[in-house]
Design a protein around this ligand. Sequence first.
Ligand code: HEM
Length: 216
Amino acid sequence: MAKKSASGLSQKQKLQIVKIITHIGALLPLILLYIDYYTYNLGSDEIRAAILRTGKPALILLILSLACTPLNYAFGWKLLLPLRKPLGLYGFLYVVVHLAIFVGIDYGSDIVLAWEEIVRRRYALVGFASFLILIPLAATSTKWAMRKLGKRWKTLHRTAYLAAILGAVHYLWLIKQNYTEPLIYAAILAIFLVMRYEPIKKKTIELRKSVKKRFA
Ligand code: HEM
């Protein structure tokens, strides 16, 4: 019989609940965007609103995907680990929609014109670099690719940090005032990156275990 915790739920049941919340939460911005588009609630500049409302979830979902491992080190929340993949893939989905709106709608599918704009603006260029890094990550997110790539899979998927950092730089460079939000994202990413460093990782896990022992 499955082991049950104090909440009366087994680990499997808890994971299912967390997964459902993740899927709903990740799809919600897209659903709301769709509703607002069809109810003419995107304001006077619909295209810009749609670009902004896909860019932010893209970055947040990528950061959340990268948060799972360090949060597990710090708090022992193993339940978060299976969420890394869906969160990362949803982040990529938003990036694709973000770029599709930019090229397909904003630039009327004129790829040459859109490309000229991308290379002309440094914020768009780093955004594009982030997108390029995410493509092989999404393509190798299957169990089959994981088996085939072996140790190289982990090395490749570490570049997710670079993709998210470039996403934060893209955000930082495109805004003209109030840099607080992108700087917060960059700081969070920096903390997660430091926590992946082996000696810091070990210390974090030791600290969690000693705190747990003390309060057990
Ligand atoms: C693929 C190349 C990309 C292009 C061409 C692009 C283009 C844009 C444009 C035109 C804007 C709106 C600028 C404005 O009018 O103020 C924007 C905003 C934004 N993009 Fe991108 N982007 C790209 C990739 C990305 C990626 C990979 C991410 C995240 C990882 C991202 C996250 C954001 C964010 C957070 C915003 C600001 C949202 C807000 O202010 O609420 N973008 N992007």
